[in-house]
Design a protein around this ligand. Sequence first.
Ligand SMILES: C[S@@+](CC[C@H](N)C(=O)[O-])C[C@H]1O[C@@H](n2cnc3c(N)ncnc32)[C@H](O)[C@@H]1O
Length: 267
Amino acid sequence: MMVSTDPIKVYDDVLVPRLLEPWVAALLDRLALARNEALIDVATGPGTVTRAAAERVGPGGAVTGCDVSAEMLAVAADKPLPAGSAAIEYEVCSAETLTAADRSFDVLTCQQGLQFFPDRAGALAEMHRVLRPGGRLGLAVWCDVDQSPPFAAVATAVDRVLGAGAGVAYRGGPWGLADPELLVALVRGAGFRSVRVEREVVPVVFERGASQLLSTLVCTPVAAQIAELDSRNRRRLYDQCRRALRPFTVDGAVVSETASHIVTARK
Ligand SMILES: C[S@@+](CC[C@H](N)C(=O)[O-])C[C@H]1O[C@@H](n2cnc3c(N)ncnc32)[C@H](O)[C@@H]1O
């Protein structure tokens, strides 16, 4: 089978159903979304949270998804909406300069986005601005990579083959904002109150095993370095990864768990 190397396609086809969608309920349940509410999802990517939120707020509600990537939003906009959902608007904008008006949403979500923003404090100030007084904030941010064992295994193999600098870049991408105290300080610093951080663990399965997980390396900060490897070193990297993933490989599938912080707060 031909494996895509387009990071957006791989993200949507491989990572969203296995790694991102299984977290949506954990985030939305904590926010107790009500019918007819207005929600904005920041760094929405291919609309992982928006469609579930649109179903929960119903046709009288309103959902906006924004992201800096027009390509991601094109994938989101192409997805069918469940019956009885709110309409969803997608807008290209950075989290640091939201186009939404002041005090225009009841709820704001951001699932696995904050760690990537160049100006996290600026983005949180924008999130505070667009929420109504009393509005609810819900963020999901991965815990340290060591708490998501298959990805820690890949990080170790990246260290060995590409060098420690690459390992640091790999760990610092999605897992680069793992300190819960720093999360609380950032969210409080933007003016939010009742800030709460909970750690949650959710199962993850790559049913086609190590090669399926390794196909997602094109979505990581080390993608360019891997693309430059000669065939011998690429094979070395994949062999090291497969070996490191053996403890989590069951009947050909990688079976494990991932851990994320979920932050909730009020304006
Ligand atoms: C790991 S994906 C998460 C996407 C989505 N929330 C999900 O759960 O699948 C991170 C997203 O953050 C977006 N992003 C990165 N920097 C951004 C910024 N400064 N402003 C807005 N979006 C940004 C990327 O384009 C990408 O779609």
